[in-house]
Design a protein around this ligand. Structure first.
Ligand SMILES: [Fe+2]
Ligand SMILES: [Fe+2]
Length: 260
């Protein structure tokens, strides 16, 4: 089969045919195995991960040796628009979203304590859990995901696997939130804890995918004009939400001082 055919194949399919490829990708910190979806095409993976020139050449040579052990085959070099991946420089709108992730990560770090202290009987206990769910729904989902799904993604083809993977995570999160609310209604602590835990397991990987892969790739793909437009849209969103993000931040700080 030709190089072109492999470049246009999903990575999961390639790994099934050549299991060694997964380990090679891991060595270059391209954790496709951990991604869980594996829908990206080989050529997209190279494009999206934006490795240094030398590393990319080395990686592709190693993969080609696995696929074509009999002969020396070179994958074509892709055209690139930016330098190495290590120092990620975000555009202002992407930086805004990366900064919002920081508060979401602080909430994620609190979840084991939230689970430990779950209390569906007292007013104070219920208040904490409702505020936590409010943070997930209104800060992490509505306020932050509005910037992702409703503004940024519309510049890209919805059928791209990377967009589908990210959207899929958002859908999973919403399902867990629904289940959490149901569990509170039924005073079912166990189920509530289960969904909080599942949520806290999806998010770190999700944020890493966005910070390290999705946003830098989007930055490389968008024009300066598009980035400017996005930034003014984000400012409008911030204005629209007014004090709300600050109230969420205060809640996280209150929990931190309570639990640490
Ligand atoms: Fe997201
Ligand atoms: Fe995000």
């Amino acid at each position: 089969m030709s190089v072109e055919v492999y470049l246009n194949k999903g990575i999961k399919e390639i790994i099934t045919e050549f299991p060694e490829v997964e380990q090679i990708l891991d060595e270059y910190d391209v954790g496709c195995g951990a991604c869980g979806e594996g829908l990206c095409l080989l050529k997209e993976i190279v494009e999206i991960h934006n490795l240094d020139d030398d590393l990319e050449a080395e990686l592709m040579t190693r993969i080609s040796r696995v696929i074509y052990p009999e002969k020396e085959v070179m994958f074509p070099k892709r055209k690139r628009r930016s330098q190495g991946r290590k120092e990620i420089k975000y555009s202002p709108p992407m930086k805004k979203m990366v900064d919002e992730h920081v508060l979401i990560k602080r909430w994620l770090a609190l979840i084991p304590k939230v689970i430990e202290n779950l209390d569906l009987e007292t007013e104070g206990g219920l208040e904490n859990i409702y505020k936590g769910i409010d943070f997930i729904r209104n800060y992490a989902d509505k306020y932050h995901h509005a910037k992702e799904e409703e503004e940024t993604f519309k510049y890209f083809d919805e059928n791209l696997d990377i967009i589908k993977v990210i959207r899929n995570d958002h859908v999973k999160v919403r399902a867990h939130v629904k289940a959490m609310l149901q569990a509170i209604k039924e005073k079912d602590k166990e189920t509530l804890a289960e969904h909080l835990r599942a949520y806290s397991e999806i998010l770190p990987e999700h944020i890493k995918k966005e910070d390290e892969i999705l946003y830098p790739w989007m930055d490389r793909s968008l024009s300066t004009e598009q980035i400017g437009h996005l930034y003014s849209k984000f400012n409008e969103i911030d204005e629209e939400y007014g004090e709300a993000p600050k109230i969420h931040r205060d809640f996280i700080e209150k929990l931190e001082s309570e639990y640490y």
